[in-house]
Design a protein around this ligand. Structure first.
Ligand SMILES: C[S@@+](CC[C@H](N)C(=O)[O-])C[C@H]1O[C@@H](n2cnc3c(N)ncnc32)[C@H](O)[C@@H]1O
Length: 467
């Protein structure tokens, strides 16, 4: 079966679709037995699917007509969503509660297949906008040949121009970048935090004098062209739990407006750091976790904030000024770094990019003696998370609790937080969702008895932090 029939028409199939596969499409079967990944469908629907791509063992297709609709189907709020349109949001056509159920299934399946473990998981709503829109504090736009901003179509270099992005925050939209023209630019990223906004522009090779930027629109915000600040300081600020964070254009910052506080508190609630503890914050970015952990370990404790990007490291140096217990380190987290340079942390935070920490780094962590009391592993990519968790499980560690956060509504993406401890679990091996873990604890020593929350490990069991 070819994607295009002999008469030049696209091939269409009538299929009943099953569950959602990682990658955003529902799984169906073509008449020749091959798997078809059908985008723009909802599990259980019968659809007419147009084949868009063919490989020897599978097909990709778009649902172009819904013959039997699921109750979980919604009218996409964005006019750019749909077959052959913007490739940014895959799930605009799915009701928000159903999106979260589907993400739960995807995380559970990855853990089952890649880590051989069953885990109860509930995807938690993140404080912020409640309708799944206006959550992005950063938006990265492609630029078409006439300088208009937009997003790539799915698996294509073609750009769908937009004048508004519904998942971008009100602050991002207030910049108005999509309503301006960006001649010669290759990519424009708008970063808008509660204190300031900027546009980071990457110019196409040779089209214009790159760093000058005078031909680019003046939008009343900072402008950084090819890494050089042209207007403003080149960085913006956010406040989290009363602490200010400087974020330079190009440094990592959590994209959902509610994510920095939610994730930092979830990590702290899970690890229950004690005064005097030594915490290793690996993949530290601009120091978000390190700064908030510093308040918990106090002046007698230590936090090592390890980051490999010089730009983000400089931000973390600025953001941790006045916190002598934090040591920002410019280094790559590698197996060798963990074995030779990390020392003996009581607690570890891991928050790598999509590719994960890697099994060799996880194995090096497992070899630390004495072992850390706990590792909190944050990930936006459940497949590499499950692979890395699997390595710790093979080394005798246990997945004590698992949380998941809906940081990326309208897409298949989800953030997970695993809490891992050395040795077997007292409860017999099933990772518990946040409600089920009252008997578990990472705390230690006398403070644990003094503090009722820590005594019962209740930090793990609190409901999501309200905004
Ligand atoms: C997902 S971000 C997490 C940042 C931070 N924890 C936060 O919540 O803001 C991952 C960070 O790890 C950094 N990174 C990627 N690979 C690294 C490595 N091998 N060693 C150290 N840092 C790395 C990236 O530059 C990025 O800042």
């Amino acid at each position: 079966m070819a994607a295009v029939a002999d008469d030049g028409e696209a091939v269409e199939l009538e299929v009943e679709v099953g569950g959602m596969a990682a990658g955003g499409g529902c799984v169906a079967r073509a008449p020749d037995g091959r798997v078809v990944f059908v985008r723009h469908a909802v599990p259980g629907e019968r659809v007419r699917a147009r084949v868009t791509e063919e490989a020897s063992r599978f097909l990709r297709a778009d649902a172009v007509e819904v013959l039997d609709a699921s109750p979980d189907r919604a009218q996409p709020p964005c006019p750019h969503a749909g077959p052959g349109r913007c490739g940014g949001c895959d799930w605009q056509h799915v009701r928000l509660e159903a999106q979260r159920r589907l993400k739960q299934d995807l995380v559970a399946a990855q853990l089952r297949h890649l880590a051989g473990t069953d885990a109860d998981v509930r995807v938690e709503e993140v404080p912020g906008p409640v309708d799944g829109l206006a959550w992005r504090s950063r938006a990265r736009f492609a630029v078409d040949q006439s300088g208009r901003l937009g997003f790539h179509l799915y698996r294509s270099h073609q750009v769908e121009p937009v004048t508004q992005c519904l998942v971008a925050s009100a602050q991002v939209e207030a910049v108005g970048a999509e309503r301006a023209r960006w001649p010669g630019a290759k990519e424009v990223e708008v970063l808008a935090l509660s204190r300031g906004a900027l546009c980071r522009v990457e110019m196409g090779s040779g089209a214009f004098p790159a760093v000058d930027g005078r031909h680019l629109p003046g939008l009343g915000c900072g402008l950084v062209v090819d890494g050089q600040p042209v207007r403003g300081t080149g960085w913006v600020e956010e406040q989290v739990e009363g602490r200010r964070f400087r974020v330079t254009a190009g440094s990592f910052w959590q994209v959902h407006v509610g994510a920095p506080r939610t994730l930092a508190l979830a990590v702290i609630d899970g690890l229950v750091p004690q005064p005097g503890d030594f915490v290793a914050d690996l993949y530290a970015g601009v120091g978000l976790m390190a700064v908030l952990l510093a308040g918990r370990v106090g002046p007698t404790g230590r936090v090592l904030a390890v980051e490999r990007s010089p730009r983000a490291h400089r931000d973390s140096v600025a953001n941790t000024a006045g916190l002598p217990q934090v040591r920002p380190v410019l280094a790559s987290v590698t197996p060798r770094f963990v074995s030779a340079d990390l020392g003996h942390p009581d607690l570890v935070v891991l928050d790598p990019a999509r590719r994960g920490a890697g099994t060799a780094t996880m194995a090096a962590l497992a070899r630390l003696r004495p072992p850390p009391r706990a590792v909190a592993y944050l990930s936006c990519y459940p497949a590499t998370f499950a692979r890395d968790v699997s390595e710790l499980l093979r080394q005798g560690w246990s997945l004590q609790a698992l949380r998941a956060f809906d940081l990326f509504p309208m897409t298949e993406h989800v953030e997970v937080l695993g809490l891992l401890v050395p040795g077997p679990l007292a409860t017999g091996g099933r990772a518990l969702p946040v409600e089920g873990c009252a008997a578990l604890s990472f705390g230690r020593g006398p403070d644990r008895r003094a503090d009722p929350d820590r005594r019962a490990g209740l930090a793990l069991c609190r409901p999501p932090v309200p905004s």
